[in-house]
Design a protein around this ligand. Structure first.
Ligand code: GDP
Length: 459
């Protein structure tokens, strides 16, 4: 693994600066083929971590490519634990591209997605769950999910998993001793001790698993869909919520323009709100986005906010919406309460008997706080403050935990039945391996490739 990898590590687009980075033994030599400092000719190995000003020059023809700052960082105290060079040039796409090309012409090869982080993992700087936290941090949409990823990067999950694996290892050792030195008394003690430890392991795995669903919510945000016929006040609602709670607003690529996804944050609870704003001009929500799409959206939603207009009498479109939401987790808004009422809460209550109905006047800002309160209460019963800093947000981890739980349960059952110790050992070892896949201690090459391919290039 001595070849030098290189990539542009900043986002492509207009920006103040762009960074090209290299990792590998020969990074410094490659950099020195291209760099000419104002005060020094080249970067020196012993001037580790010193930011130096100068120019990148094409060695083929002496053309000045850009004015840069450059730094050499000596391994192992670097992100990858290898020698690294970072070149800070002007932002935009031209300069970074030209510099990357030069670096590649002079001996580096283009890094694969996530390869810097993969090297950090392979060189022992990060374990696998920490490496995965890096992706999550880059993708985090809210403060809270960033915080959880940061905790994971700092090893919160790794430590816990290691602790549990140590207990399993003790169990395995104990079994091996008993098998090697069979004796009635030792065996009796062994079953008792194994039972105690197996119960402990099961409890710890269960605790981690119980955070997993909450973890998903923190990472992705709760999916909320606002439904209602045209003109009832859906986009006014979204805008009102955004004004107060705006986190990072993204038009998520890949979704069509029919549906806009916005991320907001209510007291630290991330919500992804899907608004059908693009279809406002047409008559029927369901018709425009297609029945399938609507049903798909609604199915994926963790919560639906159904909006009705109190100033008009109820229409067929409203009945359709009522039909969609009546069996789903939803909050019902009866909007435009500032106008003369055509129908009121009681009428709606008859149609949606089990739903919480909130009377709002979104245009004048009335009732939005009640809605937000209801969302909070509904999902977290006021308890979503993160008391535990270990939260499983990664679906891969969750899968492994489920497998580990199954194996320890099988093992425990065997212990209770006092089946032969070597049979029990199989379950314990499986459990130990399942957990090892979380930290990357027992993970296969194919899984590694899959995980790192999710990274962007340059990370
Ligand atoms: P959408 O089609 O459901 O997204 O509805 P809009 O949010 O675009 O609102 C349609 C119209 O109703 C706009 O002119 C809003 O200003 C108005 N509107 C929204 N909420 C209220 C309200 O509570 N009271 C009144 N009087 N008008 C409202």
């Amino acid at each position: 693994m001595t070849d030098v990898i290189a990539a542009i590590s900043t986002a492509m687009g207009e920006g103040g600066i762009g960074i090209v980075r290299m990792s590998g033994k020969d990074s410094l030599n490659i950099a020195n083929k291209l760099f000419k400092g104002n005060k020094v000719d080249s970067l020196k190995e012993n001037e580790n971590r010193k930011l130096t000003y100068g120019h990148i020059i094409d060695p083929k023809d002496g053309e000045i490519i850009d004015e840069v700052l450059i730094v050499f960082m000596k391994g192992p105290y670097t992100y990858t634990r290898e020698d690294m060079v970072e070149i800070y040039c002007h932002g935009g796409i031209i300069s970074v591209r030209k510099i990357l090309e030069l670096v590649l012409e002079n001996g580096a090869r283009l890094a694969e997605a996530g390869e810097f982080t993969k090297r950090a993992f392979l060189n022992g700087r990060l374990d696998l769950s920490q490496a995965e936290a890096v992706i999550d941090m880059i993708r985090a949409k809210t403060d809270k999910s960033f915080e959880v990823s940061l905790n994971q990067l700092e090893g919160s999950i790794s430590h816990k998993v290691k602790e549990i694996r140590n207990i399993l290892l003790e169990m395995i050792a104990h079994i091996e001793v008993s098998i090697d030195f069979p004796d009635e008394d030792i065996e009796e003690v062994t079953y008792d001790e194994l039972e105690e430890k197996a119960r402990l392991v099961k409890e710890e795995i269960k605790k981690l698993l119980s955070t997993a669903d909450r973890g998903k919510i923190l990472k992705d945000g709760l999916n909320i869909v606002i439904l209602g016929k045209p003109n009832v006040g859906k986009s006014s609602l979204l805008n009102a919520m955004l004004r107060e709670n705006r986190a990072i607003v993204t038009n998520v690529p890949g979704t069509t323009r029919d549906i806009i996804e916005e991320y907001i944050n209510i007291d630290g609870i991330p919500l992804k709100i899907m608004d059908t704003a693009g279809i406002r001009s047409t008559k029927d929500v369901v018709e425009k986005i297609g029945v399938d799409r609507a049903i798909d959206m609604v199915d994926k939603a963790d919560l639906i906010i159904a909006v009705f207009d109190a100033s008009e009498s109820i229409t067929d479109e409203d009945y359709e919406i009522i039909d969609i939401v009546k069996d789903k987790k939803s909050i019902v808004l009866l909007n435009k309460s500032d106008l003369p009422n055509e129908y009121d809460e009681n009428d709606l209550k008859k149609l949606l008997p089990n739903k919480e109905i909130i009377t709002t006047s979104i245009a004048t800002g009335i009732g939005i706080d009640k809605l937000e309160q209801a969302i909070k209460e509904m999902f977290y019963a006021g308890e979503l403050e993160i008391e535990s800093d270990i939260i499983v947000t990664n679906m891969r981890h969750k899968d492994q935990l489920i497998k580990a739980k199954k194996n320890i349960e099988d093992g425990l059952e065997g212990i209770m039945l006092k089946i032969p110790l070597d049979c029990i050992e199989v379950d314990i070892k499986n459990c130990w391996e399942n957990l090892g896949e979380i930290s990357g201690d027992t993970v296969g090459e194919d899984i590694l490739d899959k995980i790192f391919s999710e990274f962007c290039i340059g990370k």
